[in-house]
Structure formats: structure tokens, C-alpha cells
Design a protein around this ligand. Structure first.
Ligand SMILES: [Zn+2]
Length: 309
């Protein structure tokens, strides 16, 4: 029975190794993270705009980190968005939704998963929104829906473009139908933006999935994606199980989605500021041309009406 003793000793060893591994919180609070070549100092990654210098992986970043990178530190004003009642359905699974919200707020320092700012990019004044994946997986509940609506309203009131950095796994199941209704609300809000001839650019970041990609994230005048971002509606495993076929390499990544026509451009983080600025300037000129041609048309029709009477 020597082999039984050996197996038991081996399993004890494995248990000890697992126990000694750093916890998720310990890893999150350390100075290190990991990428293709193993551990990498967070400082080194930050100096490279949170992009791995070896494999070009665009690591997930918080809204503040993103705004610092794209708009510059202290070059944006954070707007306070409405926060509806917490946990309207009194949701409980193996943890209560109230506790999840409390933990997410503590972890991110944000009241909801989205941050709306008033800022400028290459002298173009804009409203911008970004999502924090660390806030319950970037999912969208009533508060996040309100944030999108607030951003649209702000853009319309100030007659400036809206740039939205999408991220998240979809609508938030703890808010059930309330979260699903945010798909309609945000879609209607984006329509208002378009009625006002204001540019709306979406930057798809990793991951953009579910109801997010089925609503406001796919309604932009232009869709820019960060390299290698997961952009999907349903998950790859679900699709593979349904179609019962091997999925192509790179399925649902930015480069694949660009080939299938859902993404216009793939732009690396270091080039995004300039690219956004240029595109917005072009779109704004185009918009002023549309407005002036509309004015000319209405002027023309007014003259015709006068002549007819
Ligand atoms: Zn890497």
C-alpha cells in the first residue's frame, strides 16, 4: 500500500501550494501584474499607457486612467450623474446585490459603473463616458443607463460631440427587466443626439458584450476598437455549442469584427488621442455643412412658399 501513502503525500503538497498562492486581493494591491512574459511591474505598464511592450495587449483600465491617457491629467471635469434607488428588486443570490454594490463602490471609488466628463481633445470640446469593468463586470443597470442619458443631454445642451468608451459584459442581471430597459432608453437617447447632428463616436474596449453591443455601443457614427478587444453579443462557447462547429481563430476579437464590418478602425491607445481629434474635426465640419445646407433648403422653401402665396 505504498502507493496510497505516496498519493496522499502528493495531494497534501498540492493543497499546501494552493494555500500559499497569493489571493486575488493581494495580487490587486501589489506592485505587480502579469502578461505574456510573466510578472510585470504595474509602473512599467503604466508608463506604456497600460499596453504590454512585448505583446501589445491593451490591458483593461479604469475610466480615470483612460481619461488621463486620452485627454490628459486635469483636463477633464467629472460630472455628477443621477443615482436611482439601489437594489430595487431586493436581489439575492449567493451574495446580496446591496453587498455587491458596496464592494464595487469601495473597489472603484465610483458611485456607479460609468464616469461622464466634460473635456476637450485637440481643442474640440466634447462629452465623454467610460465604464469601469471592476464595477460588477461593467454591467449596465439603471444608474449606468442614467449616466448615458445624462451624457447625451449634456452633449446636446452644449452642442458638442459625444465619445463613449464601451466596456462590460452586458445588462446587469440583478436588475432584471429594469436593466434590459436601459437598452431602449439609451438607444432613444442616441437618436436624440443624431437629430441634433452631433457626432457620436464609440471606442470599443475589452470586453464589449451582450446588451451593450446590442444597443448604444453599436450606434456610433464611427466605431473604433482597441486592438485585441473582445467584441461580441453571445459568448463563443454558447455559439460553438449551438452551431456545433469549430470557430475561426481570433473569433470575436477586434480584428475579426473589423473584417465582418462592425468596426471601422482599430487604433492603438497611443494613437487614439490624435485620431479622435482629427475625426471629430472632420465630422464637425461635415455637420456644419449639413446645417448650412439645411438652412439653405429651408430658406429656399420659405422663398417658394412666399412666391406661391
Ligand atoms: Zn504581454
Amino acid at each position: 500500500m505504498n502507493w496510497i501513502k505516496k498519493t496522499l503525500r502528493f495531494s497534501e503538497k498540492i493543497k499546501r501550494i494552493i494555500k500559499e498562492r497569493a489571493s486575488k486581493d493581494e495580487i490587486a494591491n501589489s506592485n505587480w501584474t502579469s502578461c505574456c512574459k510573466g510578472p510585470i511591474l504595474k509602473k512599467d505598464l503604466e508608463d506604456n499607457l497600460w499596453v504590454c511592450p512585448s505583446c501589445n495587449k491593451h490591458h483593461r483600465i479604469s475610466p480615470r486612467q483612460r481619461f488621463d491617457v486620452i485627454f490628459g491629467k486635469n483636463n477633464y471635469e467629472v460630472l455628477k450623474t443621477p443615482i436611482p434607488q439601489d437594489d430595487p428588486l431586493n436581489w439575492n443570490d449567493f451574495k446580496s446585490y446591496k453587498d455587491r454594490l458596496k464592494a464595487a463602490r469601495k473597489k472603484t471609488g465610483m458611485n456607479c459603473g460609468m464616469m461622464v466628463v466634460n473635456t476637450s481633445i485637440l481643442n474640440v470640446k466634447i462629452t465623454a463616458v467610460a465604464t469601469d469593468f471592476d464595477f460588477i463586470g461593467g454591467s449596465v443597470g439603471a444608474a449606468e443607463g442614467e449616466a448615458v442619458l445624462y451624457a447625451v443631454q449634456h452633449a446636446i445642451e452644449n452642442q458638442q460631440p459625444l465619445v463613449l468608451f464601451s466596456c462590460g459584459g452586458g445588462m446587469r442581471m440583478m436588475e432584471s427587466l429594469i436593466s434590459l430597459s436601459q437598452m431602449t432608453r439609451t438607444t432613444l437617447a442616441i437618436n436624440e443626439l443624431k437629430k441634433n447632428n452631433l457626432p457620436y463616436i464609440v471606442v470599443l474596449t475589452d470586453p464589449t458584450a451582450g446588451g451593450i453591443s446590442a444597443s448604444y455601443a453599436m450606434l456610433g457614427d464611427l466605431h473604433i476598437a482597441e486592438p485585441g478587444a473582445l467584441i461580441a453579443f453571445a459568448g463563443a462557447r454558447v455559439i460553438q455549442g449551438t452551431v456545433r462547429e469549430e470557430l475561426p481563430v481570433g473569433f470575436q476579437r477586434s480584428e475579426y469584427v473589423q473584417n465582418t464590418g462592425f468596426v471601422d478602425l482599430i487604433v492603438g491607445r497611443k494613437d487614439l488621442r490624435e485620431k479622435l481629434g482629427t475625426l471629430l474635426s472632420i465630422l464637425l465640419k461635415k455637420n456644419s455643412a449639413i446645417n448650412s445646407s439645411e438652412n439653405e433648403t429651408s430658406e429656399h422653401s420659405r422663398t417658394l412658399t412666399k412666391a406661391a402665396s
